[in-house]
Design a protein around this ligand. Structure first.
Ligand code: ZN
Length: 92
């Protein structure tokens, strides 16, 4: 299981965080930054989110943006699943 996923900043960071996939990394890890970015984008209304993707694609390219889109989508599915579970608990 990967711990820190690579950055020279990892050595300087003492704070550990747990990612949505269960991995523990330091708060300087690129993985954590990308997850924070995806969570932020997910709070935007759909039009703003798409605009955000469009701007990022101009700067970072299609490949990096597609990775971010996939991350946002996975997060959205996970949150929807959590909401479904919660709703079912209420109905019991
Ligand atoms: Zn790290």
């Amino acid at each position: 299981m990967p711990e820190c996923l690579g950055s020279h900043l990892c050595e300087l960071s003492t704070k550990k965080v747990t990612l949505e996939d269960g991995h523990t990394v330091c708060s300087a890890c690129p993985e954590f930054r990308e997850e924070c970015e995806a969570k932020r984008l997910l709070t935007y209304p759909i039009m703003d989110r798409n605009e955000g993707f469009r701007k990022r694609e101009q700067i970072r390219g299609k490949e990096a943006t597609d990775r971010l889109k996939a991350r946002v989508e996975a997060l959205r599915n996970k949150q929807a699943e959590q909401r479904r579970e919660k709703a079912q608990q209420w109905l019991r």
